[in-house]
Design a protein around this ligand. Structure first.
Ligand SMILES: Cc1cc2nc3c(=O)[nH]c(=O)nc-3n(C[C@H](O)[C@H](O)[C@H](O)COP(=O)(O)OP(=O)(O)OC[C@H]3O[C@@H](n4cnc5c(N)ncnc54)[C@H](O)[C@@H]3O)c2cc1C
Length: 453
């Protein structure tokens, strides 16, 4: 008995000094993760907006490698010894969790069981059901500049792989000159293909819609024919300059101000592409039209006034003005924060739901700080009913009614950020089927709900 005593004391000491603190620390982390999960559920943040990680419970062993790898930090949490989705709306699709997982237990998926996301049906080679017609970039569901560049590059390689040396005319028509379209065009030039990009506006895509001076978070990417850019931040203006210089260097033909209205595959397998100005023919077509080309409108009276805009380019122009920002996503929240910091700008943010859950966590925190500092006035649970020359009317449970019609606010400008309209008719006319993605479950739209958003 006496002989065993020192061993028992040693084991007890190990338990007290090492095992118990580790166990309590583990339990504390797990309790915190569960609390975060509950808070995310209460705020609606657990319901993914678009892309998010999906964890295969049969494979996950709770190593935590995914948490450590995630640049957004709070997307996943370890609960019950397994990775669980804690804050779906914080996911912006880096995919670092999936790469880091030692058991390949994570996949990136779109939508959730409840909230579907409509995406064009494309194969792993970016080709749609229409042979020769390809889709890349955000239209295919993959956000972020680096992803758009990579997809545009790869899709072009696929589109040109069947090119015949003898084919006449254009090898490839690219529709849209955002990051995906520009990368696609540069890759086509590298392959000495006969290519043109048709752009309804000016090159740059969604980047042009960022506020002036916005610091863009860009992951490492390589524009075809250019040096690789490491991950990090870059200003909107530098990024646009970089794209412009690459276009010039390559002698890439970007036809700006030329919207494409129709893409049809002809009987001989070539394509007829109709724009506002001309009809073109090519062997293949790559659609890089993004998802926000046409801003979604509110459909209220007065929306056609000049003071209404669907992007924020120069925040300084709103100094000492009354501005109404409408929306609950990152664009609306970033605009409200940016404007709130402008001298004398009185900003109201109107959102039809109770909580802002669609914006990234960091943006939500910045917004809360702007509201607390009195820079932004929140009006959740409100909708815009009327836009007058020098006022706007808000209605709904969150409106502080100060007139018979609702809440009347003095107003000099309205900025609306309610997303973009997916060009469903344009895609359907070209023969592209849309699929509604419900996490792992994929349904063909024709089989379920009618196409539309
Ligand atoms: C406010 C905001 C902030 C963002 N911040 C970041 C960030 O920090 N980091 C990051 O990586 N990503 C960010 N993104 C996302 C990123 O901008 C997009 O994922 C990316 O631009 C998608 O590229 P794309 O080429 O697929 O589409 P887009 O950039 O949308 O380009 C599509 C182009 O197609 C054109 N087009 C559309 N229809 C037609 C037609 N019928 N005919 C001819 N042309 C047409 C459009 O005019 C547009 O130029 C942000 C997005 C927004 C809105």
């Amino acid at each position: 008995m006496n002989e065993a005593m020192p061993y028992l004391i040693a084991v007890g000491a190990i338990l007290v000094v090492f095992v118990l603190p580790a166990w309590f620390a583990f339990r504390k982390e797990e309790r915190e993760a569960m609390a975060e999960l509950a808070a995310a559920k209460a705020a609606g943040r657990h319901e993914p907006v678009s892309i998010r990680p999906w964890v295969d419970e049969a494979k996950c062993m709770g190593s935590g490698a995914c948490l450590a790898a995630c640049p957004e930090h709070a997307v996943l949490a370890i609960v019950g010894g397994q990775a669980r989705l804690a804050n779906a709306t914080a996911c912006i699709g880096h995919g670092a969790c999936a790469t880091a997982c030692p058991r390949s237990a994570i996949e990136l998926v779109f939508g959730s069981e409840k909230r579907g996301v409509d995406l064009p049906k494309v194969g792993p080679d970016f080709q749609t059901d229409v042979p020769g017609l390809f889709v890349a970039g955000e239209l295919g569901g993959m956000g972020l500049i680096a992803n758009a560049i990579e997809q545009g590059t790869q899709a072009t390689r696929q589109a040109l792989s069947g090119r015949k040396a003898t084919s006449e005319g254009l090898d490839l028509i690219i529709v849209g000159a955002g990051p995906a379209g520009v990368a696609a065009g540069l890759e086509a030039k590298k392959a000495h293909a006969n290519v043109v990009i048709l752009e309804q506006d000016v090159f740059g895509g969604a980047i042009r819609h960022y506020p002036r001076g916005k610091i863009v978070m860009a992951h490492g990417y390589r524009l075809p024919g250019q040096k690789r850019r490491k991950s990090g931040t870059i200003s909107k203006e530098t990024l646009i300059e970089e794209l412009g210089a690459a276009i010039d260097d390559a002698g890439l033909d970007v036809s700006e101000g030329e919207p494409v209205t129709s893409v049809q595959r002809l009987e001989d397998g070539r394509f007829e592409v109709i724009t506002g100005e001309r009809t073109l023919h090519s062997s293949a077509v790559l659609l890089c039209v993004g998802r926000r080309g046409t801003p979604r409108k509110l459909g209220v009276t007065g929306e056609d006034r000049e003071k209404v805009s669907y992007r924020l380019l120069e925040p300084e122009q709103y100094r000492h003005k009354h501005v109404l920002v409408v929306g609950g996503g990152d664009s609306a929240v970033e605009a409200a924060i940016t404007l709130g910091a402008e001298e004398g700008c009185r900003v109201t943010l109107s959102y039809r739901k109770e909580h802002i859950v669609r914006a990234k966590q960091k943006n939500q925190e910045k917004l809360a700080a702007s509201v607390a500092a009195g820079h932004v006035k929140m009006r959740t649970l409100t909708e815009v009913a009327d836009i007058g020359a020098d006022r706007v009317v808000l209605v709904g449970a969150g409106a502080e009614a100060n007139s018979a019609t609702g809440e009347v606010l003095p107003n000099d400008a309205v900025l609306i950020f309610c997303g973009g309209v997916l060009p469903t008719k344009f895609l359907a006319d070209a023969g592209i089927a849309l699929q509604r993605h419900h996490a792992k479950l994929v349904t063909t739209l024709e089989e379920t709900a009618p196409v539309g958003r």
